[in-house]
Design a binder for this molecule. Structure first.
Ligand code: AMP
Length: 396
């Protein structure tokens, strides 16, 4: 049995899951939030019990040491030597990484080069890698990129119609994100259907606070909704998704804001939050809609309409569709979300099974036998994918 640590470092957080492989069972999991603060939050789940602590955690290095000391201190492992590999979620792997990769000095150099494309994420990922390398010398670290599953797109799908030199000089193109999740659920649905992914046309809807859609034909991503950054695509909890880019200059002038300030609004104060005025969580929006709140209904409808636009476009681009997969916080849990999306797809001959749709968070077919396209809920598990790739790339 191999113990593998899956790590997801954000700009001020560190999520972790320690797993037994190849069983894929979880030994412990948790998160350290507000890294950099005197009152950071540390949550760790042991045997199903959550333990919470508030304490100072100055940087990611301290966060890693806190976690590793606790694993021994709480007898989760007898010795840190039991951890045989560490897998890191890395947001931006650019065009260089079309698969996960063993972390070598060369890999670190390339991840560093891509920091300009993901200035909030890649630097935090690098700090976490270094902290684990220092704490567990000799244990292999593997990078699992959010972008690599999407590297199969053709140039016609990933190029923007802008001056070509922007691409050659600055790597401006669509990369796509949530790749680990799209990969996990597409492989899982092939397994559930008992067919090779290579024989299927799949659309995966990863709809959580962040949201993206991927079209996967014969096992390869042919298009996805996020772009150079996660801002492109459908409206999300706080992101606008696609807008006319001239709006940026217009608002800069009207509100006397810089481009960065307007982009921060498009990332953090738009989407559900922007349209509703108050709420970025779909549960709150659904509650408000039930009370008759029209702005909340509009916030959802604006997103749903765009999701259906993407599905229609991917249906044509792939020349059909076998299965639609709902995943992530909203896709897995919101009954009304799935119902509304499927009911808007009548032209594709999809028939919802209302009773089956009355399900949360587990694998379930939610369309009727006569449906021309099948739809399923498939809970995502990015950490399992990270642990699998760590075992594969580190040859464990
Ligand atoms: P994620 O980013 O994947 O963690 O997803 C977060 C989103 O999932 C939030 O908007 C949550 O409101 C939503 N979510 C989680 N559970 C439910 C639920 N039971 N019903 C509706 N939305 C949910």
């Amino acid at each position: 049995m191999l113990k593998i640590m899956a790590v997801n470092a954000g700009s001020s957080s560190l999520k972790f899951k320690l797993m037994n492989m190849p069983e894929e069972s979880v030994i412990t999991e948790g998160v350290i939030e507000r890294i950099g603060a005197e009152d950071a939050y540390y949550t760790i789940k042991i045997n199903g019990n959550k333990q919470k602590q508030v304490l100072p955690v100055r940087n990611h290095s301290e966060a890693v040491n806190l976690l590793l000391n606790d694993l021994v201190g709480k007898n989760i492992v007898a010795s840190l030597m039991e951890i045989k590999g560490i897998g890191h979620r890395i947001v931006q792997g650019g065009a260089y990484f079309s698969d996960s990769a063993l972390i070598t000095p060369k890999a670190i150099e390339i991840i560093r080069d891509y920091c300009s494309l993901a200035p909030l994420h890649n630097p935090a990922n690098l700090i976490a890698i270094e902290a684990f390398q220092n704490a567990l010398p000799g244990v292999p670290n593997v990078a699992v990129f959010d972008t690599s599953f999407h590297q199969t797109m053709e140039p016609e799908a990933y190029m923007y119609a802008v001056p070509y030199e922007w691409y050659t000089k600055y790597n401006i193109r669509k990369y796509g994100f949530h790749g680990t999740s799209h990969k996990y659920v597409s492989h899982k649905i092939a397994e559930v259907l008992g067919k090779p992914l290579a024989d299927l046309k799949v659309i995966t809807l990863h709809i959580g606070n962040g949201a993206s859609i991927a079209a996967i034909k014969n096992g390869k991503v042919v298009d996805t909704s996020m772009g150079l950054t996660p801002l492109e695509g459908i409206p999300m909890g706080t992101r606008s998704g696609n807008i006319d880019p001239t709006i940026v200059e217009f608002i800069c002038n009207k509100e006397h804001l810089s481009v960065s300030q307007v982009l921060a609004i498009l990332n953090k104060k738009s989407g559900y939050l922007g349209v509703s005025g108050f709420w970025n969580d779909s549960r709150d929006l659904e509650e408000e809609v039930a009370k008759g709140n029209a702005r909340c209904r509009l916030a959802l409808d604006v997103q749903y309409k765009r999701i259906v636009d993407y599905i229609g476009s991917y249906y044509l681009y792939m020349g059909g569709l076998d299965v639609l997969v709902f995943t992530a916080g909203i896709g897995e849990n919101s009954i009304s979300f799935r119902k509304d999306i499927i009911n808007r797809l009548g032209a594709l001959g999809i028939v919802l099974d209302e009773e089956a749709n009355n399900t949360r968070g587990k694998i379930k077919e939610i369309t009727k036998p006569e449906s021309k396209v099948r739809a399923f809920i498939v809970p995502t598990d990015e950490e399992v994918m990270i642990a699998r790739d760590t075992v594969r790339l580190a040859n464990l």
